[in-house]
Design a binder for this molecule. Structure first.
Ligand code: AMP
Length: 308
């Protein structure tokens, strides 16, 4: 069993979609990553911070999924990171209504001794200085460092983000973010440019249009499973990243070939995440359901064409 260290937000989210609205519910990048990775035989731990307003029920959920919380700081009298977003009819687009950093503003991550030898480090979406601090605390260079980020950090902390990007192996970002980071409209050109910045593997997420994996001159594509209903896309990107990282940590192989499978596992898990509000679907997800849908993925993408 491989070890996976996850850093990212553990949050309260308030979400509005065309199908409904929620008050503060469990969210955060590290939350979705951890829940997705727990589908694999992996020893995962989260480094993050919450306030003492964070309910025990949520902590129990992490424990029930065997996610180690030694690295989760609980700040007395502090308020948990809060994010609120609204989706319109085009679920690929959302407006951020509020981002309240709260306890995240002064967060100094501490990687527990039990996880400073993790083979895979998944740097989920948060301040790049926090991501860098986690890299610096590792006892030795992990076999694989994966980074996920978003436009918020590109807008506010670009130099710090570029420093982290130098130290990573894989970046997972969405198409708009890849364009913002590189100034290139073509995703092929954008991926090539990103590979000169540090990461040798670039994963570009295109929401309901699937995900692309770039490495040198190779490109691999995995579609998103066409779903009858998408209820809430929040966390799809993080769930994808968690599935990707969890699979690679569990299989202990960080080759391009294995990353293709990891992209498919990530897409597969993301297809569940969007079916209900927040973490609801991932909380109850069974391995049998996951396997069944993997078969659907295979049928969706396989064809037998004669090549001359
Ligand atoms: P995704 O839909 O995969 O982009 O992830 C949504 C999750 O990211 C939500 O659960 C939020 O709590 C979290 N989130 C939103 N904005 C930020 C931010 N600026 N930094 C870190 N996490 C964020």
């Amino acid at each position: 069993m491989g070890k996976l260290l996850i850093v990212g937000t553990v949050a309260f989210d308030a979400i509005e979609t065309p199908f409904g609205k929620t008050d503060k519910i469990l969210g955060g990048a590290a939350t979705f990553i951890g829940l997705a990775a727990s589908q694999f035989n992996v020893n995962s731990g989260i480094v993050s911070v919450v306030g003492d307003d964070f309910p025990q029920e949520y902590l129990d959920l992490f424990h029930s999924k065997n996610i180690d919380l030694t690295g989760l700081q609980i700040v007395k009298g502090g308020k948990t990171f809060f994010w609120s977003g609204k989706y319109h009819n085009d679920l690929n687009k959302r407006d951020t209504l509020a981002t309240e950093l709260n306890v995240l503003a002064d967060f100094k991550p501490i990687v527990p001794d039990s996880f400073n030898d993790a083979e895979v480090v998944m740097l989920g979406n948060l301040h790049p200085d926090i991501q860098m601090s986690v890299i610096n605390q590792m006892e030795k260079r992990p076999e694989l460092i994966i980074l996920d980020t978003m436009n918020f950090w590109m807008d506010h902390t670009l130099p710090e983000l570029m420093e982290v990007v130098k130290h990573i192996d894989v970046i997972t970002i969405n198409d708009e973010e890849a364009r913002q980071l590189t100034g290139e409209y073509s995703l092929v050109k954008a991926a090539a440019k990103i590979q000169t910045m540090g990461p040798k593997y670039v994963v570009i997420k295109k929401g309901e249009h699937g995900a692309l994996l770039f490495h040198d001159d190779n490109i691999f594509f995995a579609p998103a499973l066409p779903l009858e209903e998408v209820f809430d896309p929040t966390g799809a990107g993080d769930t994808f990243a968690g599935g990707f990282a969890g699979y690679l940590a569990a299989t202990k192989s960080v080759t391009y070939e294995n990353m293709k499978n990891a992209v498919v596992h990530g897409s597969n898990l993301a297809s569940f995440s969007v079916e209900k509000f927040g973490t609801q679907r991932m909380k109850s997800l069974e391995r049998a359901e996951v396997n069944k849908r993997l078969h659907q993925f295979k049928t969706l993408t396989q064809f037998d064409i004669e090549l001359s």
